[in-house]
Each structure stands twice: as structure tokens, then as C-alpha cells.
Design a protein around this ligand. Structure first.
Ligand SMILES: O=c1ccn([C@@H]2O[C@H](COP(=O)(O)OP(=O)(O)O)[C@@H](O)[C@H]2O)c(=O)[nH]1
Ligand SMILES: O=C(O)[C@@H](COP(=O)(O)O)O[C@H]1O[C@H](CO)[C@@H](O)[C@H](O)[C@H]1O
Length: 327
């Protein structure tokens, strides 16, 4: 891990957008922002990318916000700021639905044409475009890199205080331990669940896309299996501020991540089982109607199952997708 980290860890400050413009060549670059109910933050993110990375310098060729079944004005706000809107369900034709963030990312991949695709969350505060420049650097400067994850310090912004590195709770309590135990080669990734990453289409279209919040860890594991650790990299983007979900919501996210990890272990023959794991999560919420005697809590049961779509190349051409990807 240390050897990999030494030569595959970079900093966004190592290059500028102008340098990347010179290195871009014939590469077309798509930027995809998955967004569910992000009207409060998606506009400034889109506006900054359009202003600095499209209008001032045409580094980004395609800027898409995937409207992930939002119930607010996310699509209108993003369109007004200059993004093309893709509805999460418009491209699925007769495919079974793919829920949650994974479905949004699938729509972003299927609905764009760039040779390189970068993904940025829509709930970022104080977004700056060096996030995108940082992610693109290794891909435009090193043909042996297929996929780049961002990493950053992640303050946890509470109602009354800020915990400097308290963010990334599911990363620290679930994803990092699981990866260290079962894929120690990936233990060098500082933020394995980072929502900011970029990759070559030739790789991203040859892995399955997992639904919900399993998508990020599945992508890292599946790309590691497909292209190898040497083709993966990470870039320091400084600090990331975003909207935090409740502990209850992160419990559901964690369950999806654990089920996704289990599915990879099972697929690789590293675990066998007579009884597959359940897919319902029971949680207990203060207040609400007492559901059982002496249980002064509301019982909340959630379906935390994860599903996946086959690699895009296989959906287009059933015979494609064999073997490792030439990066
Ligand atoms: O069903 C979903 C859930 C999330 N997201 C988006 O995926 C990104 C990361 O999700 P979220 O912020 O909920 O995760 P967190 O950062 O809290 O772990 C955000 O841009 C969300 O708007 C989405 O497009 N569809
Ligand atoms: O890293 C994490 O633990 C979670 C939750 O972060 P916080 O504890 O709310 O800062 O956030 C990430 O995980 C999600 C699942 O992979 C990603 O979809 C998010 O983009 C990422 O922010």
C-alpha cells in the first residue's frame, strides 16, 4: 500500500486547468452531477464549472446534472445555471429500475459521451473548480491511470459546532474496515467513499453499476479487479464540506455498503452461504407511535437491498466486455 501511495497519490495543486487544456488532446470530458433534492447547492456548483471550465477554458465538454427523482426545483436550478438535465429514468427503456445514487450515476454514464467522465456530488458547500482539475490531472497526464478518487479533510458540521475530521462516518465505521479486511491492497485510499472521482469510459463501461449507496464502493472494488491497483490513483482536493445525513440514514447507507461488499466476496468465492443475507434493516426512532409493549420508540423497517445493472458494454453488445481493459 505504501509503495502504491507514493506514486499514485497526487495533489490538485500540481497542475492548472491551462496545463490540462494543453494535455487534453482529443479527449472529450464529461462532468456528471448526481442530484436528488439539491436545489440549495447545485446552482453554484454548475455555475462555477460552466464559468471556469467551459466558458473561460473549454476543458469540460459536457456538463450534466442527473435529476434523481427530485421533489424540489433541482432540475430548474441546474438548467438555469447552465447544465444539461438528464432524468434518471429516461434512458432505462425496458431495463429493471436502478434505485438511488447508483441509478443516477448509471444515467450519467449512459447519457454522456466523454472519453473521461468526472463525478461531483451536488450537496457540496464552498465548491471550487480545483476539485475537477485535480481529478482530471492524472487521467490527462498519465495514460496508465484509469480511475482517480478525490480525498480531503471532512469536517462534520453540527448544529452548534464543527468537528474538524468528524465527517465520513460510514467511511470510518464501515467502508474502511471492510476494505482493509478484505481488499488490503485498497487500504491506501484515504476516502474510498468520496463522491468526487473520475475515470476513463473504457473502464467505467466494463463494470456493473450497483444501486443506491453501494455504487461507490462497488466501483472501487470492481475497477481494482478489472484494471489492477496500478491503474488507480487518488488526488488531495483539500477540504470538503457537504450536507450531512442523519445517523439513521447513514445506518441504511452502511447496510447497503455491507451488502455490496458481501456480494463481491460471494462472487469471488471468498464466502459461501446456505442462507443469503437478509435485505431489511430495522431501526428505532424516538417518538412516533409506540409499536410494541414497553417499546417507547417507533419501529422503522427499510429495504436496504442492492441491485446492479450489467456493464454498459454488455447492454449494448452482449459479446463485449470480456477480459481486462486496455487503459
Ligand atoms: O437517490 C439518490 C441519492 C443521492 N443522490 C446524490 O448523490 C450525491 C451523494 O449523496 P448524499 O449527499 O445523499 O450522500 P452523503 O454525501 O450524505 O453520503 C448527492 O449529490 C445526492 O444528491 C442521488 O442522485 N440520488
Ligand atoms: O463517507 C461517508 O461516510 C458518507 C457520509 O459522510 P458524512 O459522515 O455525512 O460526512 O459520505 C460518502 O458516502 C456515500 C456512500 O458511498 C457517497 O455517495 C457520498 O458521496 C460520500 O459523501
Amino acid at each position: 500500500m505504501e509503495a502504491w501511495s507514493v506514486y499514485r497519490t497526487a495533489s490538485a495543486s500540481q497542475w492548472t486547468a491551462d496545463q490540462l487544456m494543453a494535455a487534453k488532446g482529443d479527449n472529450r470530458i464529461s462532468l456528471v452531477i448526481p442530484a436528488r433534492d439539491e436545489e440549495a447547492t447545485v446552482g453554484p456548483i454548475v455555475a462555477a464549472i460552466r464559468r471556469h471550465l467551459i466558458e473561460r477554458l473549454p476543458l469540460v465538454d459536457e456538463l450534466v446534472v442527473v435529476d434523481s427523482r427530485s421533489t424540489d426545483r433541482t432540475a430548474a436550478v441546474a438548467a438555469a445555471a447552465g447544465a444539461r438535465i438528464v432524468d434518471q429514468d429516461e434512458l432505462t427503456q425496458d431495463l429493471p429500475p436502478l434505485e438511488g445514487k447508483g441509478g443516477a450515476l448509471w444515467a450519467g454514464l449512459a447519457g454522456t459521451s466523454g472519453d473521461v467522465i468526472a463525478f461531483v456530488d451536488a450537496d457540496l458547500r464552498e465548491f471550487r473548480t480545483h476539485f475537477v482539475v485535480g481529478l482530471l490531472g492524472p487521467l490527462l497526464l498519465d495514460p496508465s491511470v484509469a480511475f482517480v478518487k478525490g480525498f480531503y479533510h471532512r469536517p462534520l458540521i453540527g448544529a452548534t459546532n464543527v468537528e474538524p475530521d468528524g465527517g465520513g462516518r460510514v467511511t470510518e465505521l464501515a467502508a474502511r474496515p471492510l476494505l482493509n479486511l478484505f481488499w488490503p491492497e485498497l487500504s491506501g485510499f484515504v476516502q474510498p467513499l468520496a463522491g468526487e472521482y473520475a475515470g476513463r469510459r473504457t473502464a467505467l463501461e466494463r463494470i456493473p453499476i450497483v444501486s443506491g449507496y453501494g455504487v461507490d464502493i462497488a466501483m472501487l472494488i470492481d475497477l481494482f479487479e478489472l484494471v489492477g491497483l496500478d491503474a488507480l490513483a487518488q488526488v488531495d482536493l483539500g477540504e470538503r464540506l457537504h450536507r450531512h445525513q442523519s445517523t439513521e440514514a447513514l445506518g441504511r447507507m452502511s447496510a447497503q455498503i455491507i451488502l455490496t461488499v458481501w456480494s463481491r466476496l460471494y462472487r469471488q468465492g471468498r464466502v459461501t452461504t446456505a442462507a443469503p443475507p437478509a435485505s431489511a434493516l430495522t431501526q428505532f426512532r424516538r417518538g412516533g407511535a409506540a409499536a410494541l409493549p414497553n417499546l417507547d420508540r417507533e419501529i422503522v423497517v427499510s429495504d436496504v437491498s442492492v441491485h446492479e445493472r450489467p456493464p454498459l458494454v454488455e447492454l449494448r453488445d452482449p459479446l463485449a466486455g470480456q477480459g481486462r481493459v486496455p487503459v
